[in-house]
Design a protein around this ligand. Structure first.
Ligand code: B12
Length: 481
């Protein structure tokens, strides 16, 4: 038997859809699966102890979604909590422990090392988990399990993950309590594809999800929506890195939704790149039920867009906003301020530009979380050779350790970059402002301009009172009241 444990308790709660997919795949392979959901448990430690007091699984799988909250100056780090959870489980069972999940996959080997877990699976879990169980039951040829991190002779080995050309996932979505999550989280998720073939300098998605685009059959995706609808879930957030990459797949998905008139029954949100995005795509998305798009805008300065290796231009952003307006789609632009080469002038240019093109809201995130294996890591390594480098922000001391939340904010923005950005925003309520850093502590931000969803009490309360939708859209509604 396989026991899968969800470790993500961040409120508002997000359903652990990775567990739904992995569990469905293991069950299809003939493995008994049980799920322990710490996200829904009042007392997680007690839930673990109660469960293992009368169960002895062959393998315990932990799903680890967020390694940290990726938000400066909060910089909340969850890896030590994962280590504690593993300690609690170890005290109750001798079963081997494997960790998976997107947060895990970014740092796979380091997290296995740090937590003392037996195994980890980098990337897709569906086929890998079955392969691992079969090896545990048989010849223990661990090198045959795709993406497996494993220990032998006091060394930790890591197998290359497999990123198959296409993926087929379970559509019944009945291993986790999706209705419970819908009630507490405001929206549920699903994927139409995996992987991202772009090269943005800061992004961890290619590491955790692979660079090969793996598409799902549109009819399978629509079946999944119908399963969720039958559970009473009619507000969704797609979990693709960028829904419109590739554009024609997004179009085909929407056509299938339209063929089944799903647009009349569900409202959904998605992350998109500002390019490729055209009138036909905007129109087919709106008809298919899309009510809100969060664009990876990054910047309104052409030079910063090139630095980030984005493929879109400022004009693409302006067009994207216009097309959303024409199709009644709420539009959010996510900014990433403070990257290499950012100055007061480029920030000013960005904020002025966003004000001019007028999205419904814009997230003014300040500070780039530096991930190992990205181009940002190389830039930081290069810059650290200069002893006067002042671009790194972190809450820990000692050598730079990218497993811990480590951020980059261009020192050209001065000692108080958040204040500078807030001054430029000048109270424009469409912006979610960066939090101010006070004496190395984050301010308690409890207003609707707080765009960190980590333990966001205002959001949690709004959802409890019936709000549904993407978090930015719920917060936008609160600000407009
Ligand atoms: C969509 C999304 C959101 C949506 C979620 C909407 C929804 N209804 O689900 C919203 C906007 C709400 C959101 C919020 C946040 N997000 Co987010 N989000 C994503 C995104 C794009 C997809 C996540 C997803 O569901 N993927 C699909 C599922 C199926 O994949 P999966 O969970 O990885 O599972 C697979 C494998 O990992 C593995 N697996 C999973 N579990 C297990 C267990 C075992 C045992 C095994 C073997 C395998 C395994 O198999 C699964 C199937 O192949 C990812 C980036 C990405 N491309 O993944 C970021 C991402 C996960 N988010 C991230 C962050 C930081 C956050 C926030 C903390 C931001 C904030 N400060 O507010 C919050 C956290 C919210 C919460 N309560 O947890 C980061 C985490 C980075 C990190 N440092 O760890 C990511 C990676 C983005 C990034 N690159 O920065 N997010």
């Amino acid at each position: 038997m396989l026991t899968l444990i969800n470790t993500n308790r961040m409120a508002p709660l997000i359903g652990p859809i990775g567990i739904d997919y992995v569990a469905a795949s293991a069950e299809k392979a003939g493995i008994d699966v049980e799920v322990v959901d710490l996200g829904l448990a009042d007392q997680p430690e007690k839930a673990i102890k109660d469960y293992f007091s009368n169960r002895e699984p062959e393998l315990v799988g932990l799903s680890f979604r967020n390694a940290d909250d990726c938000f400066w100056p909060s910089a909340d780090w969850f890896v030590p909590g994962l280590k504690d959870t593993i300690k609690t489980i170890r005290a109750m069972t001798n079963a081997p422990i494997v960790i998976g999940g997107v947060g895990f996959s970014i740092f796979a080997k380091s997290i296995v090392e740090y937590t003392g877990a037996d195994f980890g699976i980098l990337g897709d879990g569906e086929t890998a988990i079955t392969a691992l169980i079969r090896q545990l039951q048989g010849t223990r040829r661990f090198k045959d399990v795709p993406g497996l991190i494993w220990r032998e002779n006091n060394r930790i080995h890591n197998n290359p993950p497999s990123w198959p050309n296409s993926i087929s996932l379970g559509t019944t979505r009945n291993f986790i309590d999706n209705p419970g999550y819908f009630k507490r989280g405001g929206q549920c998720g699903l994927e139409t594809k995996r992987g991202c073939n772009r090269h943005c300098i800061y992004c961890a998605d290619p590491l955790a999800k692979g660079t090969t685009l793996r598409l799902r059959n549109p009819s399978e995706v629509a079946n999944e929506i119908e399963s969720l609808l039958s559970q009473g879930i009619d507000v969704l957030h797609l979990c693709d890195s960028e829904f419109n990459v590739p554009r024609n797949h997004a179009y085909a998905i929407c056509e299938e939704f339209n063929r089944r008139s799903l647009g009349d029954k569900v409202r959904w949100y998605a992350y998109l790149s500002p390019s490729p995005f055209d009138a036909d795509l905007a129109n087919v998305m709106a008809r298919a039920g899309c009510v809100g798009i969060d664009f990876t805008g990054d910047s309104g300065s052409e030079s910063m867009l090139r630095t980030y290796r984005q493929q879109h231009s400022k004009e693409d952003l302006a067009t994207a906003v216009k097309l959303c307006r024409q199709n009644n789609i709420a539009v959010m632009i996510d900014l990433l301020l403070g990257g290499p080469g950012e100055t007061l002038r480029t920030v000013q240019e960005t904020i002025d530009f966003i004000k001019k093109i007028g999205p419904d809201c814009a997230g003014a995130a300040l500070g780039i979380r530096v991930y190992p294996g990205t181009a940002m890591e190389q830039i930081v390594a290069e810059e650290l050779r200069n002893p006067t480098n002042g671009n790194i922000r972190r809450k820990y001391s000692g050598p730079i350790n990218l497993l811990k939340p480590t951020f980059y904010i261009s020192r050209a923005l001065g000692e108080r970059p958040a204040e500078l950005v807030r001054d430029l925003i000048a109270g424009d309520e469409r912006f979610f402002e960066p939090a101010v850093e006070i004496l190395n502590q984050a301010t308690e931000c409890s207003d609707a301009a707080n765009y960190n969803y980590n333990e966001n009490l205002l959001l949690t309360q709004a959802i409890r009172e019936g709000a549904r939708g993407a978090y930015w859209d719920i917060l936008r509604g609160l600000r407009n009241n």
